[in-house]
Ligand binder design. Sequence first.
Ligand code: IP8
Length: 246
Amino acid sequence: MTTVLKLGGSVVTEKDTPETVDDDALARAAAAVADAEDDVVVVHGGGSFGHHAAAERGVSSTEGTRSAADTVAIHGAMGRLNRAVLDALHEAGVEALPVRPLSVASRDTEGELSLPTGSVATMLEEGFTPVLHGDGVAHAGAGVTITSGDDLVVAIARGLSVDRVGLCSTVPGVLDGEGDVVERIERFSDVADAVGASEATDVTGGMAAKVETLLGLSAPAHVFGPDGLAAFLAGGSPGTVVDGRD
Ligand code: IP8
């Protein structure tokens, strides 16, 4: 069994303070990954590393840059966060390896992401835990734009045979208008009125974009908070199930 786990940037960083890791939260997440029985592909978001670096330079998922210096600055910020995630996983006993999207992924003129997954598949077969992250990616006609961790989760779920997808963010699930966790979402219209944009700086969209992305997956996805991570990796269904399959 293979699980793809997105660790939201706001889970592992202090999202409003530039380049600050939440060490305790990251250590707890790493311990949960270490206890997982499935093979796990980890994807982490940008948090206060990538989002600040991208916003400062006016780069987003739609606004590109043709500056190599800006691209390398954003990629460098994500590299520092990726290193912190790898260190925490190694500390927890996980044989984690980096897979960095700028070097291998691209987007076509429609924005569709292409991500070769051969290295991820072989790392898994050899007992490693690949760790990807949202990143700047070459985008036909736009220079370099930001690709979110959620889009990478979709690309991995399409490119590999994935059984479970988990999105761990700071909220306990997708919330309805009353602030209660929605148990199950099968189409975007179920929650269109209730989900809004993320409040902190987030150049790739908030919960609405996440739900839409997850509805495109070929495996059910689970949206949960940090308290649900261990339960999810043990096979449970904390938070909201997003299942757009017919
Ligand atoms: O936090 C964005 O990834 P996300 C990564 O998954 C950058 O949206 C570079 C801002």
